[in-house]
Ligand binder design. Structure first.
Ligand code: HEM
Length: 495
């Protein structure tokens, strides 16, 4: 045990073995356990012999801020790909700062706001298909819609279209195509559990010997991406503008190939496939969880729903509305932020980082957490810090992100700064979400469509969702009745 850790409280077993953490992670109660332990012990809690959870929102900056040099913990190595017997380092999974920069530099511009704008027509195509399909399958038949699943279909097809101009076929088929979702789910959970024992992951799932005996264990998502990419390249070959006229937008692959032309040595074809697969992993379930959270809290909070509808009505948006209009709507902005605050994306995990040689000084204390300790925060504690977000942290109240009537401009700015510093919706610092603009493009386009055109009601109305806190905080049980809103000219929408 490291001397500086001795004074940090926590369950006795957790101080001696990581099996304590494994037990609660495995049975899905780790998220609640972390919250409960912080209530009991305060802002620092030992979750393992070398793992400390921190709930003081002020320390987010100390760990993840621009000046902090805390590398990711070994947990993330479980997210390195293992393809054809070789470990392929990914921008998400690597711990090494230099390697991270090397992997990120050639592609960073592809995720920038200006590149992302070119994906908008592709997102539109997905949204139009989604609304048509909801109408055919549920609205016109009166059948109950498991919208939690349908959001995942939408998210998968949309990210796939953004990446390769080809949907995976989830919306068309209305089912788990090639069991990809099931595969993703198991893969995430493998990473979650092995993440507690990363050496075991390396030994069992990234092992040349195992590969030699059992053959190719290339993930199914990788194979699917490879197939779609082949189809895409075949269609686009030599006639890019005919098949995909400019107004259809340029996909991630087009952007990637442009970068490759500029930098032929730095970017390989294998890298393209690795990026596409990483984006499918990082950018599908996450967006679906967020869409569910937004719709659920809107259904459960009629006051907010009607405020949002008033804002959308006043904006008189076309279908589907351009991102350049929707992202300027203040109430919509506040609704999206608040849903992501109250329903953070991760489940059982901390955003784990390793304390560097300088140690980590604990706020309002003389304690310094020693070098080598794994530390981290989770949205489930820092987003609920009353000193930052107010006494009503448990309430879905988008107004907390807006200026109050009697609040001075300065006080408002100061409050927003404080909230911003504690905000880990998209992570924080140099390892924060690379796909944030892509995710926001999707959210700012789909939410106005759903809220402005359609009426959703849980079936039965007082039903609550179920949430499983594993790799992500994934919701199920969102069975809804869907109707067109009164006064909507659905024929115009459906064309
Ligand atoms: C609402 C949807 C999304 C949420 C809430 C979200 C959240 C996050 C969070 C919290 C992290 C940091 C994780 C950590 O430090 O452990 C992260 C990283 C990342 N995300 Fe997202 N994400 C979303 C959508 C996307 C999309 C659409 C893409 C791709 C197009 C994407 C790509 C990535 C990548 C590549 C990283 C790793 C960045 C690095 O380590 O440098 N994400 N995301």
């Amino acid at each position: 045990m490291k001397p500086g850790l001795k004074s940090i409280p926590g369950p006795i077993l957790a101080k001696f073995t990581d099996l304590w953490r494994f037990y609660y992670t495995r049975n899905g109660t780790m998220k609640e356990k972390i919250q409960e332990l912080h209530h009991q012990y305060g802002t620092l809690v030992r979750l393992g012999p070398n793992v400390v959870s921190i709930s003081d929102a002020r320390m987010v900056e100390d760990i993840y801020g621009i000046k902090a040099e805390f590398p990711k913990s070994a947990r993330y190595t479980t997210s390195q790909a293992f393809i054809d017997g070789e470990i392929v380092h990914t921008v998400f999974g690597t711990q090494d700062k230099t390697e991270h920069s090397k992997l990120k530099r050639p592609v960073a511009s592809i995720y920038s706001m200006s590149s992302v704008a070119s994906y908008e027509p592709l997102v539109d195509s997905s949204i139009v298909k989604f609304v048509h399909t909801l109408n055919e399958r549920f609205i016109s038949t009166g059948k109950i819609c498991p919208i939690d699943q349908w959001f995942q279909y939408l998210a998968m097809d949309t990210i796939s279209v953004i990446l390769m101009s080809r949907p995976m076929g989830f919306i068309d088929q209305g089912r788990d195509v090639d069991s990809l979702l099931e595969h993703l789910y198991h893969d995430f959970n493998r990473r979650l559990h092995f993440g507690i024992f990363p050496r075991l992951d390396r030994l069992l799932t990234k092992n040349k010997l195992v590969y030699w005996f059992f053959g190719n264990m290339t993930p199914r998502v990788f194979l699917k991406a490879s197939q779609l990419l082949g189809e895409r390249n075949e269609i686009r070959k030599g006639k890019d503008n005919e098949i995909f006229p400019h107004e259809m937008g340029r996909d991630f692959t087009s952007r990637f190939l442009e970068q490759k032309q500029k930098n032929p040595d730095g970017i390989s074809d294998r890298m393209l496939l690795a990026y596409i697969t990483l984006n499918i992993f990082a950018g599908s379930d996450t967006t679906a969880v967020t869409m569910r959270a937004i719709l659920y809290y809107l259904m459960k909070t009629p006051r907010v729903l009607s405020n949002l509808r008033a804002e959308l009505a006043a904006a008189n948006l076309p279908f589907p509305a351009p991102f350049s209009l929707t992202n300027k709507l203040p109430y919509l902005n506040a609704v999206i932020k608040e849903a992501m605050r109250i329903h953070p994306i991760t489940g059982a995990e901390l955003f784990e980082r390793v304390v560097p040689a300088s140690g980590l000084r604990v706020r309002d204390s003389d304690l310094v957490i020693p070098e080598g300790t794994t530390v981290g925060v989770t949205g489930w504690t820092v987003h609920f810090d009353r000193r930052v977000y107010g006494a009503d942290v448990a309430v879905f109240r988008p107004e907390r992100w807006m200026r109050e009537e009697k609040e001075s401009e300065e006080a408002f700015r100061e409050r927003m700064d404080r909230m911003g510093r504690a905000d880990v919706r998209f992570g924080k610092g140099s390892r924060s979400c690379l796909g944030r603009h892509v995710a926001e493009l999707e959210l700012f386009k789909i939410i106005p469509v759903l809220v402005d055109l359609l009426e959703f009601e849980m079936d039965p109305p007082d039903k609550e969702w179920e949430v499983e806190y594993l790799f992500l905080s994934k919701q199920t049980g969102m069975d809804v009745k869907i109707k067109w809103r009164q006064g909507i000219a659905k024929e115009e929408i459906l064309g």
